[in-house]
Every structure is written in C-alpha cells, then in structure tokens.
Design a protein around this ligand. Structure first.
Ligand code: GLY
Length: 371
C-alpha cells in the first residue's frame, strides 16, 4: 500500500517539475497550485520532495531538479528576499542541508551555515527566544514567539554539529525551553503564539494567529509541537522534550475524529463543512515516526503511538490522497492554511504534501528527511 502511494506521489512531483520549470508551488486555488518565485516561507518543501524522491528512487531527474533549485535559495539569502521571519529553517534544512547531506556539495553546506546565522540574528536577548515575524521593534510582533518555530531549530542544532560553535545550540535550546514553558499547557494542548514584553521579557499572554481563538488548539500548531519537540530531543537528549512531544501527540490523537484526520482546530464546533487540516495529520505522523525511533524499546506508549500512526496514514492514503485523481497537482486534499483569515480553507498545501511523502518514505524505506 505504501509503495503504490509513493510511486503515484513521485509521478506527481515529477509531472509538476516538468510542467512548471523554475517555479515553486505555493498553496492551491481551486485545486491547482499557484506557481511562483522562491519568496514565501514554504518553498523548501518542494525541494525537499525532490530530495525524498531522489533518495527513494535514485532517479537523477529529482537530484538535478533539486540542485537547480538551490540557486534560488542562494539568491534569496544573498538578497534577503522575504526573510524577515523565523522560517529560515524550513527553507534551508530541506534545500541546502539536504543537498549537503546527500551529495556533499560544499557550497550547499556554506549556504546552510549562512542561513543559520540569519536565523540566529532573530534571537532576542530581551525575552530569550527567536522572534517569529517582522522587525525587532514591530509593535505587534516584536515580542512574539510561535510554536511553528520549533521546526526551525534543527538548522541551528545541525550548524552546531557542523562547526562546533555552541552558540547555535544554546539559542536553539533557549528557544525550545521558552516554548515549552509558555506555549504548552498542562493537558498537552498548545497556544499557537505567545507575547512577551520585548525589552523586559515579562510574559504577557498566549494567543493565536491562524487558530479558532486565542485559547484554542490549532491543529497544525499542535503538530509542529509534536515533531518539533521530538527533534529537540533528538539533538539534546533532554528527556523533557521527549515527554512533551509524547504528551502533545496524545492530545492530538485523542482528539481525532472517526476518520483519524484532524479538523483545523480542536476547539471549533464540528458540523457539516468544518474544514479539516490534512497537513496537520501528516506532520504529526512524521513526529510519531521520530518518536518511535527515539523512544526506549520498552516504552509503554510505543504500541499506542504505532497504532495511531497506522490509522492516520491509512486514512490519508485511502481518503485524502490524490492517487486516483488524474493529473492532480497536489498529493493530499483538504488541507487548510488560514481558515479564520479566509485563506485556502480547503486546498492543497505544499507542506502537507511534503510531510505525507516524508512519512511514507520513512515507513517504507527508513528515509528520514533532513531535519
Ligand atoms: N508555519 C505557518 C503555518 O503553519 O501556516
């Protein structure tokens, strides 16, 4: 079942690259992707899919396409194009780090290290974490962290391992600790964002940007936490991250509907037409795969997590994938980007496609991705 899903997914990735040379897919509109330049937070996912497909199939086409795309990431970093945000890890882990790990291209390694430096420049001493969005003195976002940023920390952990410079590690760790303390609630649910006084560092309040309301649990934020804390555990071996990722995974799983694919926010009323976010379920599946690899063999949560993973992935393949839709551009249907903001509430999300493929190739061949 996984093999067939992967084969059809790779055909789609290849067809897209042939039909839209030099362009990157953003989110879809009426189930066709909007294709554009490398200028959004999401462009790394497409390149990451090329690398996953290359590692899975060995087809040169994917390697060549991914390597060609690296130039756009280089141009973007050198010219600071749309980079006043924390998503530098999403962008450069899946492009430059991936290329370095797979091919040993030294230029890709240098690019990834420069990207890590740019991410470091967003660390704010005032509140001891990485600022998510905007400029340092931004009145709304100047003291704001968001849960998504946990997925950007592996770029810093990787840079520490490459260079031996501990400041990368220290900043990642400080950010993970701050996120754990202020974004995660006692029942394992999460805030999307948290505000601090940007100069004094006082904690102000939790809130949301893309979720249903300030105190709700936005399902994709929850999934960023599951995978993000699992990855912080991979690099630090601090047990509290393992425990947090497991608690967050349990909350996610225990709040899934009958078909095992999450709605967009765990606190919205479920009625006819309530949007799903299939991407959140794909991300959580990857987080669970990471947990299963890192957890002790005798961990009592192992069977529970493995069973949930299989249910989620089977449902994504059977009920959400486009494997039986001719010429579809996306891999999984019914993702949502920003429901409250009216942006792509039921569409393809390129990151949903990426994590769906990452989970599949990891389950089938143990290919782990590039975090
Ligand atoms: N990181 C932005 C999002 O998940 O929509």
């Amino acid at each position: 079942m996984w093999k067939e899903a992967i084969e059809t997914a790779m055909e789609t990735v290849k067809r897209n690259a042939i039909q839209h040379p030099g362009l990157f897919p953003h989110i879809s509109n009426e189930l066709r992707y909007e294709w554009g330049q490398n200028n959004d937070w999401i462009d790394g996912f497409y390149t990451g899919m090329m690398w996953l497909s290359y590692e899975y199939s060995g087809q040169e086409f994917f390697k060549q396409t991914a390597s060609e795309q690296l130039h756009a990431f280089e141009h973007r970093l050198e010219n600071h194009i749309a980079l006043d945000h924390h998503d530098i890890g999403f962008l450069y882990s899946l492009s430059a780090v991936a290329e370095w790990k797979i091919t040993g291209n030294v230029e890709a390694r240098q690019l990834a290290l420069r990207a890590a430096d740019k991410l470091v420049s967003r660390f704010r001493e005032g509140f001891g974490a990485i600022q998510a969005w905007g400029m340092e003195d931004d009145p709304e976002n100047g003291g704001r962290i968001i849960i998504d940023c946990l997925m950007n920390l592996p770029l810093l952990y990787w840079a520490h391992l490459e260079t031996g410079n501990s400041s990368y590690y220290d900043i990642a760790e400080k950010h993970a600790q701050k996120s754990l303390r202020f974004l995660i609630r006692g029942d394992g649910s999460s805030y999307h964002t948290f505000y601090f006084d940007r100069l004094q560092g006082n904690a102000l309040r939790g809130g949301t940007h893309q979720g249903f309301q300030d105190g709700s649990t936005w399902s994709r934020g929850q999934s960023w936490g599951v995978y993000g804390f699992a990855l912080s555990y991979r690099y630090t071996k601090n047990e509290i991250y393992l425990d947090t990722a497991k608690r967050m995974a349990r909350f996610f799983i225990d709040h899934l509907p009958e078909d095992h694919v999450s709605y967009w926010d765990f606190d919205d009323v479920v009625e006819q037409g309530t949007p799903r976010d299939s991407s959140a379920t794909a991300i959580t599946a990857c987080g669970i795969l990471e947990l299963l690899e890192l957890m002790p063999e005798d961990d009592s949560d192992r069977d529970y997590l493995r069973a949930a993973l299989l249910r989620m992935m089977e449902s994504l393949v059977d009920n959400y994938s486009t494997r039986n839709i001719e010429n579809a551009e996306g891999l999984i249907q019914h993702g949502s980007y920003h429901v409250r903001g009216g942006q792509a509430p039921d569409n393809y999300m390129i990151w949903g496609d990426y994590y769906y493929l990452e989970a599949l190739v990891r389950m089938d061949k143990g290919i782990k991705g590039y975090w």
